[in-house]
Design a binder for this molecule. Structure first.
Ligand SMILES: Cc1cc2nc3c(=O)[nH]c(=O)nc-3n(C[C@H](O)[C@H](O)[C@H](O)COP(=O)(O)OP(=O)(O)OC[C@H]3O[C@@H](n4cnc5c(N)ncnc54)[C@H](O)[C@@H]3O)c2cc1C
Length: 531
């Protein structure tokens, strides 16, 4: 079935919804979400959103903090744009109805997180993302020009390739005409034609075995754009949270806050021995990236799948009083943290790279924009400053909306696009062919392309990925389309991009740490110690 909208938006997180709300006065908008519209990374964001609100904070200070965190691999112009527009974008959120906590004096109760030299993180209790998600979704649902299609999975973006033309990466005139979208309820692929398409599909966490990301984070947008011959950059920079609860049955991984280490909890090996002092004189209180690397090294040495966080020596009542959620969560899976150690593992948290876009969110493909975690604007460089990601989504969705509204009147629908062909495909009755490949992929990425890498590990990962790629492409060509096979295929593309870009980076920098380029270690440690 063919449908036509002026704007097609893929994704119902902060990036997709804020863009949709800003373009909706200029035409019809269709937003698709592959699951329930509420199921996004946005809703899980706890800390908050960084913005310059009051003195003594200044744009210059926030810019400097962002550049230091990004190890100077950031695009300075993009950093400046993002930070200097932060105050206005927060006003947009407030106008839509988002409420941020205030002090008794009526000023915003700003938090301060690692790497920030000032108090500048706006929050709504400890569930800021949930508040933003609910408010933006409610606004979108009541807008007469916006239609939201839940359980609709975007499969491919439409380009000249779907008119039978040869499309190569060197072509500068690739155009996007919308997307093929699988209606998960009916199993029918709709052709959604759009004058302008916005990709806001979020992160890639599920390419790894452990992740804080929701299950929808499978890098679909990045993979689709790459397959359509668009530019993707900076994928080697993956941020890991050092201590997530090790519980293989549960996705996403439950976060064990760093505050627990601040309270006195100690990291230990599987044999119950302390190890952090080998890596940093501050022991378990060392900065996030050092802790994550140390845990990774210990897991490589032991061959185990986790390490432990020990709270048994802490005052029982105070521990439960300060960390009731962690206590209850662990107890629910049979771990009493006052008498047993907590198994913890680093978990993939955020991808700094993605679809390459310019200062107006324009990708290298005409009429195609990208915003949010799937986009690479140049803001984060080699590492993301905490709470800058929600801000980035707002700033570039706003700018993309301005640009889209400017060009929309000059763009026509492309009616020559053919509908999806089901020819030669059969129902795949063996899910094991997909589920096992996903597990294999996640294991190889966690083992070889995680926090600590080396040329040998990357080569090994690429060799194994090649096998998975061939098997999956074969299966894909024969199978009736399903979300599982599409997600596997997308995860493989994302893994390829991470490995390829990691292989190309001949240095340890920011989040990319290679045993083969150790000269930079002391500099990294000095920089991280300042965070
Ligand atoms: C636990 C956690 C805590 C965090 N805390 C913070 C924080 O405090 N501050 C901060 O700034 N950042 C934080 N982040 C990061 C931040 O939440 C995300 O980067 C941001 O929310 C991404 O928003 P988005 O709109 O790009 O994507 P998302 O919010 O993830 O939305 C993606 C959307 O795309 C849809 N989608 C994906 N693929 C397809 C497809 N093929 N077809 C159709 N729809 C598709 C999904 O269904 C979903 O609707 C946190 C992340 C996590 C996981």
């Amino acid at each position: 079935m063919k449908r036509k909208y002026d704007f097609l938006v893929v994704g119902t997180g902060i990036a997709g919804l804020s863009y949709a709300l800003k373009v909706a006065d200029a035409g019809s908008v269709c937003i698709v979400s592959k699951a329930d519209a509420k199921e996004t990374a946005t809703r899980y964001a706890q800390g908050g959103i960084a913005a310059v609100m009051y003195t003594p904070d200044t744009y210059e200070k926030h810019i400097k903090d962002t550049m230091i965190a990004g190890d100077d691999l950031n695009d300075p112009e993009i950093v400046r744009i993002t930070i200097t527009e932060s105050t206005d974008r927060i006003k947009d959120l407030i106008d839509w109805g988002v409420s941020f906590d205030k002090t008794k004096a009526g000023r915003f109760d700003l938090g301060r997180e690692g790497g920030h030299s000032e108090y500048r993180v706006l929050h709504h209790k400890d569930n800021t993302g949930y508040e933003i998600q609910n408010v933006l979704l409610a606004q979108a649902l009541k807008h007469p020009n916006i239609e939201i299609l839940e359980n609709h999975f975007a499969v491919e973006i439409l380009t000249q390739h779907h008119l039978g033309e040869k499309v190569t990466r060197s072509r500068k005139d690739i155009e996007c005409y919308g997307a093929y979208v699988l209606n998960i309820n009916t199993n029918i692929v709709d052709t959604i034609l759009a004058k302008v398409t916005m990709i806001a599909t979020g992160g890639i966490g599920n390419v790894y075995s452990s992740t804080t990301n929701p299950t929808v984070a499978t890098g679909d947008g990045i993979a689709m754009v790459y397959r359509a011959k668009g530019l993707v950059e900076n994928m080697e920079f993956i941020q890991f949270h050092p201590t997530a609860l090790y519980n293989p049955k549960e996705k996403p991984n439950f976060l064990i806050t760093e505050a627990l280490r601040g309270f006195g909890a100690i990291l230990k090996t599987l044999k119950g021995q302390e190890f952090m002092h080998k890596y940093d004189r501050r022991g378990s209180l060392a900065p996030r990236d050092i802790v994550a690397r140390a845990i990774d090294t210990e897991m490589k040495i032991s061959g185990g799948e986790h390490v432990y966080l020990d709270c048994r020596h802490l005052n029982k009542n105070e521990l439960i009083d300060h960390f009731p959620t962690i206590y209850a969560k662990c107890l629910s899976i049979g771990i009493d943290i006052t008498t047993s150690m907590i198994p913890v593992v680093p978990a993939a948290h955020y991808v700094c790279g993605g679809i390459k876009v310019d200062e107006f969110g324009r990708s290298s493909i005409k009429q195609l924009y990208a915003s949010g975690e799937c986009a690479y604007t140049g803001l984060h460089g080699a590492n993301r400053l905490a709470s800058n990601s929600l801000l980035e989504s707002l700033v570039f969705s706003h700018r993309a909306a301005l640009d889209s509204k400017n060009v929309i009147s000059k763009i026509q629908f492309n009616d020559r696009i053919r509908d999806w062909s089901y020819e030669g495909t059969v129902l795949n009755e063996e899910m094991i062919l997909i589920t096992q490949s996903i597990k294999d992929l996640q294991t190889l990425m966690s083992s070889y392309v995680g926090i600590v890498r080396s040329n040998l590990r990357l080569k090994r990962a690429m060799d194994r990925l090649e096998i998975l790629y061939k098997e999956t492409e074969d299966l894909f060509k024969k199978s009736i389309l399903s979300v599982d096979i599409c997600e596997l295929r997308n995860l493989i593309s994302v893994a390829y991009l991470i490995i390829k870009m990691a292989m190309g980076r001949k240095e340890s920098r920011g989040l990319h740490y290679s045993l083969d380029y150790p000269r930079y270690i002391s500099e990294i440690n000095t920089y991280q110690s300042e965070l």
